[in-house]
Design a protein around this ligand. Structure first.
Ligand code: UDP
Length: 234
């Protein structure tokens, strides 16, 4: 089976919350960390971006100033990464959290060379804090970091097993796509990743696999090139 050499995994905050829908779900986090351990043991370089939707989404913050609301969201992503990095450590893995802004001694500041050197040294690198700027999402920061570290593929683990032509929760006739192009995502305005992220992927020609986090060995299968969801390419 083909395997990728360097992957970036994007976990949505909601997926990390498991069935609870908010906060952390320990058993989900442990399942994820066990899979990451297997990838590292197989010599795959692993980096991770985690969303913050299990705590806070800036765009849902009603009357609050959007910049401030987004800053809270970015800090939520830092909490998620610190949590997951510790769960990885419990599995005996080395992990580090990098952020685009300084948080004293808690994280390391994002640096491509350092990130690559950590990954080559079998350390899982978490890119937390999004892009460091409001009005962006962690989908976009995942694509941005993926481009910067020259990941072979972006593995987006979500609460849904791929991209559908309509909402499968509402329409039981909804059809799942196994393959799509970034142009399809943009033209059809499919909501699965945001437009900024899709445009950057298209421009940089970096594939994304969208799959369900709660799939037996889903992360491992995805890193070995199995299309277990929807593969989006140019
Ligand atoms: N965010 C931001 N800039 C970024 C990335 C994230 O301002 O570059 C903020 C934004 O408020 C967002 C929140 O962080 O709503 C959490 O990220 P996201 O909604 O992407 O999380 P997910 O839906 O993947 O859990």
């Amino acid at each position: 089976m083909a395997k990728f050499k360097r992957v970036l995994i994007k976990l949505s905050g909601e997926a990390l919350a498991g069935l609870k829908g908010e906060g952390f779900d320990f058993s989900t986090a442990v399942k994820v960390s066990k899979q990451i351990k297997k990838l590292i043991e197989q010599g795959i370089e692993v980096s991770i971006v985690i969303g913050g939707g299990n705590f806070w989404r800036g765009r849902n913050s009603e009357s609050m100033d959007r910049t401030k609301a987004d800053q809270i969201g970015m800090l939520a992503t830092v909490m998620n990464s610190l949590y997951m990095a510790e769960i990885c450590r419990l599995q005996g893995l080395k992990s580090i959290v990098q952020t685009p802004f300084q948080i004293g001694t808690i994280t390391e500041q994002f640096n491509k060379d350092k990130a690559l050197s950590h990954m080559k040294n079998n350390t899982v690198v978490f890119f937390a804090g999004g892009t460091g700027h409001p009005f962006f999402s962690t989908d976009t920061s995942a694509v941005l970091r993926g481009c910067e570290i020259e990941a072979d593929i972006l593995l987006f683990a979500k609460n849904i097993d791929g991209v559908y032509d309509s909402d499968p929760k509402v329409n039981n006739e909804a059809k799942k796509f196994t393959k799509l192009s970034f142009k399809d995502i943009l033209d059809k305005q499919l909501k699965v990743i945001d437009g900024t992220a899709a445009s950057l992927c298209m421009e940089q020609n970096i594939p994304i696999l969208i799959f369900k986090l709660d799939t037996e060995d889903g992360i491992i299968k995805a890193a070995y090139g199995e299309n277990i969801g929807t593969l989006i390419t140019n």
